[in-house]
Write a protein that binds this ligand. Structure first.
Ligand code: SME
Length: 150
């Protein structure tokens, strides 16, 4: 499934007639629709020169957490660590920002542009412990594709 979706991602990214935010929206919608355990899919980007993340396009329930300071929550930690963060059980995390009581697990993968961590893709799952190495590699691929149009 994840392998097959790579060509869909490339098609979306390469569709220059569509605006960048709209293409990011299409990616969020595609991933949420096609991958059963991806219940919320969104991009966060660094907010100008501030030490905080700002929510970009997303698919799923609206969240109050449209601004996340660096260091706060899983997302804020990834802004500083530059590393993928896979959370099999969100209840086991002290530094976690809950968006919905239904969320059981989360994965956040940083997005690099010219080697700089400028944002991330964030997935919430209502299924416990659903993510593995294939998800990490797939989301790294998504972010590499997205970086081409930023
Ligand atoms: N759970 C995230 C906050 C963002 S929501 O998942 C959309 C965190 O702990 O950073």
């Amino acid at each position: 499934m994840l392998t097959e979706l790579r060509s869909n991602i490339e098609s979306i990214v390469n569709d220059n007639k569509v605006g960048v935010d709209q293409r990011l929206q299409q990616i969020c919608d595609l991933l949420r629709d096609k991958i059963p355990y991806y219940d919320w899919v969104g991009f966060y980007f660094r907010n100008g020169n501030k030490e905080e993340l700002k929510l970009g396009p997303y698919a799923g329930e609206p969240t109050d957490h449209t601004i996340i300071p660096f260091g706060k929550g899983i997302c804020g930690q990834v802004a500083l660590s530059n590393e993928n963060f896979v959370v099999p059980d969100v209840r086991a995390q002290d530094n976690y920002i809950a968006c919905s009581i239904n969320v059981k697990a989360e994965i956040v993968v940083p997005l690099f542009l010219n080697g700089e961590n400028i944002g991330q893709i964030d997935i919430d799952s209502n299924t416990p412990d659903p993510f593995n190495k294939d998800d990490e590699e797939f989301l790294e691929f998504v972010n590499e594709q997205v970086a081409k149009i930023l």
